[in-house]
Design a binder for this molecule. Structure first.
Ligand SMILES: Nc1ncnc2c1ncn2[C@@H]1O[C@H](COP(=O)(O)OP(=O)(O)O)[C@@H](O)[C@H]1O
Ligand SMILES: N[C@@H](CCOP(=O)(O)O)C(=O)O
Length: 324
């Protein structure tokens, strides 16, 4: 049964950047770009969208958010077959900023709230990782901050790290899309022992550096030989940005998730923001790629849920803006 006191729930979920270089499928950080989702029980299922990039996304029971909500209801032993869902998002899709993870977390957190929170956040994390197949993005979107996580196929162990206070982020977002499945398909099935050691050592150093605020170590700790070299051909200009960003004012740089977004970590007091931004944009221009830069913060809250709101407010606003 639906909790009668909760007519409608609204959640705000951050975007995320996965890997941070060497922490492939392990490290994620949430970012101050958001998806808002409202959900309520309905007579008939319908999904409304506001914002760009949702062309081709199903507005019926095929929608990812409807499906993940049903997964939560099943896990809780509750039936809520028809839902009205409204969403607005500032997170660009298929750019390496974790839009699918944000959608999964939003659907799960909203569904869990709608039925009175029977599942813990740790349980939602396992369910979400089972869908996404890697815990880095979903962990960051759910818990906020930086997440170090290990997934055994059923359960994810994790530690949340508070991002260093001085850390901010410059994202260079190309106009073209790159599906995560396509960027995983180019990865090798096997690695040499040297490359494995290269990544284990840097991923460990990076986790320790982020935990202890050693920003001076990021340039070397963010280097990677597991996925970025293989994905470089998919993102023209990437190699130059990653090699030179730390000489142009970044603490370190990485491909964001599976790309194509490139990410620079920056010291708030570094004083070279304009130089870095101009450098990253010029590399994209040299390669004939249209791209925009966005300054972001690490998000500290993760998924935030509001209940008991006026039932019609958000959905009516979205429906007024555009209909699905
Ligand atoms: N809000 C959403 N509602 C429904 N599906 C979504 C939503 N956001 C993302 N998706 C799905 O996730 C896909 C993008 O996932 P992916 O290729 O992993 O890229 P990324 O997660 O880096 O943006 C989209 O093509 C779409 O199918
Ligand atoms: N660890 C994954 C992360 C994918 O992130 P996304 O934001 O591109 O979906 C990978 O590198 O494949």
């Amino acid at each position: 049964m639906v909790n009668e006191n909760v007519g409608s729930v609204r959640v705000r979920v951050p975007a995320s950047t996965a890997n941070l270089g060497p922490g492939f499928d392990t490290l994620g950080m949430s970012l101050s770009l958001y998806l808002w989702l409202e959900m309520r029980q309905a007579e008939q299922t319908v999904v409304h969208f506001a914002g760009e990039g949702f062309q081709g996304i199903p507005a019926d029971k095929e929608n990812l958010i409807y499906k993940v909500a049903q997964l939560v209801f099943d896990a809780a032993g509750v039936q809520v077959p028809e839902l009205e869902i409204g969403m607005r998002s500032d997170i660009p899709l298929t750019r390496g900023l974790g839009s699918s993870a944000s959608a999964i977390i939003a659907g799960m957190v909203a569904a869990n709230a709608l039925i009175g929170y029977p599942l813990s956040n740790d349980r939602l994390f396992d369910l979400a990782t089972g869908l996404e197949r890697h815990p880095d993005n979903v962990g960051a979107s759910l818990f906020g901050g930086i997440i170090a996580a290990a997934w055994d196929g059923e359960h994810a162990d994790y530690v949340r790290i508070e991002p260093p206070r001085n850390l901010k982020v410059l994202a260079l977002i190309p106009e073209f899309e790159l599906a995560t499945t396509a960027a995983r398909a180019v990865l090798p099935q096997q690695l040499s022992l040297q490359d494995a050691v290269y990544n284990i050592s840097r991923s460990s150093l990076l986790t320790a550096a982020l935990s202890s605020g050693r920003l001076d170590l990021l340039a070397s700790a963010m280097r990677d030989r597991l996925h970025q070299p293989y994905r470089a051909a998919l993102v023209p200009g990437m190699e130059k940005v990653l090699t030179e960003a730390s000489q142009r004012g970044a603490l370190g740089a990485a491909l964001s998730g599976a790309g194509p977004t490139l990410l620079a970590l920056v010291d708030r007091d570094g004083g070279r923001d304009e130089e870095l931004e101009a450098f990253m944009q010029s590399v994209m221009r040299e390669n004939g790629i249209e791209a925009r830069t966005v300054w972001l913060e690490p998000d500290l809250e993760g998924a935030v849920c509001e209940t008991g709101i006026h039932p019609d407010l958000f959905l009516e606003l979205i429906k007024g803006e555009l209909s699905s």
